[in-house]
Design a protein around this ligand. Structure first.
Ligand code: NAD
Length: 292
């Protein structure tokens, strides 16, 4: 059935996700800080709003896809935000990657207004969003997940309810830990292979077919070979995620010896001015270590 959806945050991920909801037959009204992304949604068959209030007023479902905790707090809890203007009975789905604590705080504030929430962060990158093959990890009540499932199915191919509110974010934190470590070690292999004078594309192709193969290797090897670091997923955002996973792991006394080291390397990439590049640019840090 067609649903009335408000979509807040039409960035690298939100734009294609909102367009896919339009394609699936939903009535999607988008709001973003900058206008060109709103115009693009309208051109794709959606609708534009000039404020959060206008976007969410008639919505049955509100989706947020903004950078980090402060933006989620501002957009959902803040003055002129979602909870101030959304209808009682509506469902707010935050798909940003944030701390589980903020998801829990949002749920509590929403409950007072008779509004339900899900945390539903995603993995699969820009390509996954464009092709609607995201992995979506969902926290919240089972009934709310069931209601949202058809929408998630328009955005992704692996859609799993992982537990109560905040659980989606905890799983996403683990995802980001695995991805960062994987990228870092692929980058180390790239610099090693280049120093050794081996044909790099050939080497990466054969590695991709063996046990060393991974989604990271498949998706990021071209970026590394060509030094093409337009985002994709910005190092600034991965730095945010490494902060989330290190704090969450510390809180439950889970050791992250390798993850903590890679968190330092992600921070170093930012300090070296690479924050707005794709996370495959961790390669540049390995090059610096190699004296290049
Ligand atoms: P982005 O910076 O490209 O987009 C964020 C969008 O949010 C921008 O268009 C901005 O205008 C909008 N925004 C910010 N504050 C707003 C506000 N107050 N009101 C309305 N709109 C606002 O970021 P992105 O890469 O799309 O990532 C969004 C989220 O998804 C982040 O939490 C990120 O960690 C996560 N994520 C990103 C990827 C990826 O590959 N890019 C993959 C998985 C998850």
């Amino acid at each position: 059935a067609s649903r009335k959806i408000a979509f807040i945050g039409l960035g690298i991920m939100g734009s294609p996700m909102a367009a896919n909801l339009v394609k699936a037959g939903h009535h999607v009204t988008g709001f973003n800080l900058t206008q060109p992304q709103i115009d693009a949604l309208v051109a794709a068959g959606g609708h534009g709003a000039s404020s959060i209030a206008q976007a969410v007023r008639d919505a049955e479902v509100v989706i947020t896809m903004v950078p980090a905790d402060p933006q989620v707090e501002q957009v959902i809890l803040g003055e002129g935000g979602v909870l101030e203007h959304a209808k009682p009975g509506s469902l707010v789905i935050d798909m940003s990657s944030i701390t589980p604590q903020t998801s829990i705080k949002v749920e509590a504030a929403a409950k007072e207004k008779g509004i339900r929430t899900l945390d539903a962060p995603v993995s699969g990158g820009e390509a996954g969003a464009v092709e609607a093959v995201l992995s979506i990890m969902v926290g919240g009540a089972a009934e709310d997940f069931a209601e949202a499932k058809p929408l998630f199915d328009a955005l992704g191919t692996t859609v799993i309810h992982v537990g109560p509110t905040g659980a989606g974010q905890t799983v996403k934190a683990a995802n980001q830990l695995i991805v960062a470590v994987n990228i870092q070690v692929v980058a180390e292999a790239v610099v090693f292979l280049e120093n050794a004078g081996v044909d790099l594309p050939a080497a990466l192709d054969v590695l991709a077919g063996g046990l060393a193969g991974s989604t990271v290797l498949n998706r990021k090897k071209a970026n590394m070979v060509e030094r093409q670091f337009a985002p994709g997923f910005r190092i600034d955002l991965h730095h945010k995620d490494m902060g989330i996973v290190t704090a969450a792991a510390r809180a439950v006394e889970a050791p992250l010896p390798v993850g903590s080291l890679v968190a330092q390397l992600v921070a170093s990439a930012r300090a070296n001015g690479d924050g707005s590049l794709d996370h495959s640019a961790l390669l540049r840090g390995v090059e610096r270590l190699a004296g290049r």
